[in-house]
Design a protein around this ligand. Structure first.
Ligand SMILES: [Zn+2]
Length: 123
């Protein structure tokens, strides 16, 4: 059984020409820690990352006015807080994240991952 708490560090196999390519991605606390080639480290809570899902369905949902009567689906309740089940590289510039709620159509570009993350102070 896959243990979501031991998400392996994903080596970055296809370096992009940009200095903003990640050297490593790993689970830290309740989010994703990325070490970038230019020395910057960013951390993004899973909830933020899930909420920023770039797929067409989620983009459409975000454009709709908030529904005050929206309740969590059974599946969302069962899944609990957002957490990734799997992350895989898509080409040289993006990662696909499969979430514990079963959603997996979001392709996060490196650019998006860099922008959504909070830059951590230098260690
Ligand atoms: Zn989505």
């Amino acid at each position: 059984m896959f243990d979501a708490n031991v998400l392996p560090t994903i080596p970055y196999m296809n370096p992009a020409p940009s200095t903003d390519r990640p050297l490593s991605l790993k689970r830290e606390g309740d989010g994703l820690l990325i070490e970038w080639a230019d020395g910057v480290r960013t951390h993004t809570p899973w909830r933020t990352l899930r909420g920023a899902c770039p797929c067409a369905t989620c983009e459409d949902d975000r454009k709709k006015p908030p529904n005050p009567f929206r309740v969590l689906s059974d599946r969302e309740v069962a899944a609990g807080p957002p957490s990734p089940v799997r992350m895989k590289a898509v080409g040289a510039y993006a990662y696909q994240i499969e979430w514990n709620d079963g959603h997996s159509t979001g392709i996060y570009t490196l650019d998006a991952l860099r922008r959504v993350g909070t830059v951590l102070p230098l260690a």
